[in-house]
Ligand binder design. Structure first.
Ligand code: HEM
Length: 517
């Protein structure tokens, strides 16, 4: 517990900082020169303010103040780009200049001093990490080799849900378990977490499912949090909000987990010596660490940093997207009918949908894209930072400027989308808009050098989950509630999950033997 005097001191310090920032804005306001047209809006902005501002409010601000909004706090200007043209400027035309991340405490204290890829600055370590991801871990061949894991986990998931049919279910809990199981097996080779009351015994579990989920949640909270020390140089040692303390505590827990995983993998590698065959991503990383030709040595910290990227990157993003899909569809049952008609026509009712069927399901693809338009998991992507002074679309932007791409706002731009507030998958049918970084009006995985390197895995997991959920169950709200009564608020933050988890009731719609594992 923090003492009241400490809180008072922090409040006083914050107030004086806010005052100083206003002065700072006035004095330095001319540094970013804007051409004629709507002027930027100089508010005292920061990541936390942007994060805690409901996305709707930020969208309204950008509609009023233009597609490039300037916010300022402390020493660093912050830009919010809210049009597809502006996104293209930053992520394509000037991609290289904005391909770094701002430094922040979580990168230092949790990510082994920026030894991961997500928060690493542009440079040799980041370049090599990305190369490993793209060529080794997320290549089509590698992902195919893990397909059996995704199939087994999907079967187990459908079977678990079958056991819950007819009862109200908190869907996100089930989805998180599915994605965490998938990711853990692909990355770590095993689950390493136990589930209480579960028949499935995980011999080498070191944490419970809940503990692992809590670590990941804490990780996301701390990497997105506004930590004063990151914005006012010189104040980092004070840790006014206690976040650095929490980061260090989280790192200890993560270390314990990761050390256990790496010890086991090292041991197996030693035992099999020359016959060693990499079975999971950690094995692959360990093999690469022995490669004398690597440009940058893969230290133990780098191994742990990359592994942390892999575990944290895919878990929430996938589960949150699928929860939004079902939430939107349950409000409009006629869309579910359309999707199941397509599934029945293409696959029939005698087998479960598989990854190879996905290209034959255009309506399902349209549902996914419409969800990503309306509910992008990362509404502001991850922060980018200018590595040098530059000119973008006529604006002078100085080195160190933080840039957020407002994909949430772009997804609601009325010049791009007719009636953007409506959920209408049809808008994507017959249109050549993809989610792979080529269409700047739809950027769930971003674009350019910093684009999500695992987008193909993310897509596979999302598409297969939606297809299976719709093929195997009928969906309704508990207590015969009507679709229009479902609350669709988002939780504010750097990710955009539902504010209130979806509770739904499922009934099986296929022959019962298909629900057996
Ligand atoms: C629904 C699924 C996913 C979505 C929507 C998503 C979205 C994103 C976004 C928006 C970024 C930031 C791009 C930028 O800064 O411009 C990103 C980066 C990243 N994602 Fe994903 N992601 C997903 C799945 C995954 C998975 C499954 C993994 C790993 C297992 C992963 C690992 C990463 C990593 C390592 C980066 C950092 C790239 C860099 O900074 O160079 N993501 N992702």
């Amino acid at each position: 517990m923090e003492s009241p005097s400490w809180l008072l001191l922090s409040a006083a310090l914050l107030a004086s900082l806010a005052f100083l920032s206003v002065i700072f804005i006035r004095r330095r306001g001319k540094q970013l020169k804007f051409p004629p047209g709507p002027k930027p809006w100089p508010i005292i902005g920061n990541l936390n303010l942007i994060g805690s501002l409901p996305h709707q409010s930020l969208h309204k601000l950008s509609q009023r103040y233009g597609p490039l909004m300037q916010l300022k706090f402390g020493s660093y200007p912050v830009l919010v780009a809210s049009s597809s043209e502006m996104a293209k400027e930053f992520l394509k035309s000037h991609d290289q200049i904005f391909a770094t991340r701002p430094p922040h405490a979580a990168g230092k204290y949790v990510m082994y001093n920026y030894s991961d890829v997500l928060w690493a600055p542009y440079g040799p370590h980041w370049r090599q990490g990305r190369k490993i991801y793209l060529n080794e871990l997320f290549s089509s061949k590698r992902l195919e080799s893990f397909e059996y894991i995704r199939v087994e986990e999907m079967r187990a998931f459908v079977s678990r849900l079958y056991g819950l049919s007819g009862k109200p279910v908190v869907l996100i809990e089930q989805l998180s378990r599915l994605t965490l199981s998938n990711i853990s097996r692909m990355v770590l080779g095993n689950k390493y977490f136990g589930v209480s009351g579960d028949d499935q015994v995980v011999s080498n579990s070191i944490v419970s499912l809940q503990e692992l989920q809590e670590m990941i949640n804490e990780f996301f909270f701390l990497t997105g949090v506004f930590n004063i020390g990151d914005w006012i140089p010189g104040l980092d040692f004070l840790d006014l909000q206690g976040y650095v303390k929490r980061m260090k505590a989280l790192k200890k827990k993560l270390d314990r987990f990761q050390d256990h995983v790496f010890d086991e993998h090292e041991q197996k590698k030693k035992e099999s010596s020359k016959d060693f065959v990499a079975r999971d991503m950690v094995d692959l990383l360990l093999q690469l660490a022995d490669d004398p030709d690597l440009d940058v040595k893969l230290t133990y910290d780098a191994l742990r940093g990359l592994t942390l990227d892999l575990i944290s990157g895919g878990t929430d993003s996938t589960a949150v997207t699928v929860e939004w899909v079902i939430s939107e569809l349950i409000k409009q049952p006629q869309l579910i009918t359309q999707a199941t008609q397509e599934l029945d026509r293409v696959i029939g009712r005698e087998r479960l949908v598989e990854e190879r069927d996905i290209p034959q399901l255009p309506y399902l693809d349209a549902i996914m894209k419409e969800t990503m338009r309306k509910h992008p998991v990362a509404p502001l992507l991850a922060p980018h930072m200018a590595m040098e002074d530059c000119k973008v679309a006529g604006y002078d932007i100085r080195k160190g400027t933080r840039v957020f791409i407002n994909t949430w706002g772009i997804g609601r731009d009325p010049s791009l989308w007719e009636q953007p507030e409506e959920f209408r998958p049809e808008r994507f049918l017959g249109r050549n808009i993809d989610v792979k970084g080529r269409s700047f009006e739809l950027l769930p995985f971003s674009a350019g050098r910093r684009m999500c390197p695992a987008y193909n895995l993310g897509l596979k997991m999302i598409q297969l989950s939606i297809a299976n959920l719709l093929q195997t169950f009928n969906w309704k709200l508990p207590d015969n509630a009507k679709g229009q009564d479902l609350n669709m608020e988002e939780a504010p933050g750097i990710t955009a999950p539902r504010k209130f988890p979806l509770v739904a009731v499922m009934e099986p719609r296929l022959p019962l033997h298909l629900y057996e594992i």
